[in-house]
Design a protein around this ligand. Structure first.
Ligand SMILES: Cc1cc2nc3c(=O)[nH]c(=O)nc-3n(C[C@H](O)[C@H](O)[C@H](O)COP(=O)(O)O)c2cc1C
Length: 158
């Protein structure tokens, strides 16, 4: 059986709860990707073109710093990477995460929560940042997804 990790970023707790449920269902380790400078409510205002999130998401090369690095990534075969959809894709801090770890030989499965959008270009963007890894398109889940559905979805890679 392959060893799996659920790594996630969550700005307002929705993806955090989903990630915890997923890890619990499949018996995976869990790691929270935290911004070195946490996001405030004002930072998350997508209607303000000058907010931190707007500025970051408008710059494809933006790589917000992560507080703690994973040091024992070698032990995992499968890594589920969770995040909220921001502007139809993965938040820039997920790009930082993808670049800061060695995913070669691993299967990376993105998952997300959103206000209604799907995964968009997230999987392709993440694949471009993780050479040697198999990065899938992944799936966006409604908040009320059942534990059973989560477990069945994840079982394909375990
Ligand atoms: C800056 C920003 C951009 C967002 N862009 C989208 C989007 O493009 N499509 C969408 O459906 N939801 C969008 N949302 C809503 C979030 O994806 C949604 O609320 C998510 O569940 C939040 O997860 P979290 O609590 O883990 O941060 C956006 C939210 C923020 C803060």
């Amino acid at each position: 059986m392959s060893k799996s990790l659920v790594a996630y970023f969550s700005a307002s707790g929705v993806t955090k709860r989903l990630a915890e449920r997923l890890a619990d269902e499949i018996g995976a380790d869990i790691f929270e990707i935290q911004a070195e400078t946490p996001y405030t409510d004002a930072d998350l205002d997508w209607q303000d073109r000058d907010s931190r999130s707007s500025i970051e998401m408008n710059d494809r090369s933006c790589r917000p710093a992560i507080r703690t690095k994973i040091t024992d990534m070698e032990q995992y075969d499968v890594v589920f990477v969770g995040f909220p959809i921001w502007w139809y894709r993965e938040p820039s801090i997920i790009d930082t995460f993808m670049e800061s770890c060695d995913f070669s030989g691993k299967t990376v499965i993105p998952f997300a929560t959103s206000g209604g959008s799907g995964m968009g270009s997230s999987g392709r963007n993440m694949a471009a940042l993780a050479s040697g890894a198999k990065v899938l398109d992944g799936k966006c889940f409604p908040v009320n997804v059942s534990g059973r559905e989560l477990a069945d979805w994840a079982a394909k890679w375990l």
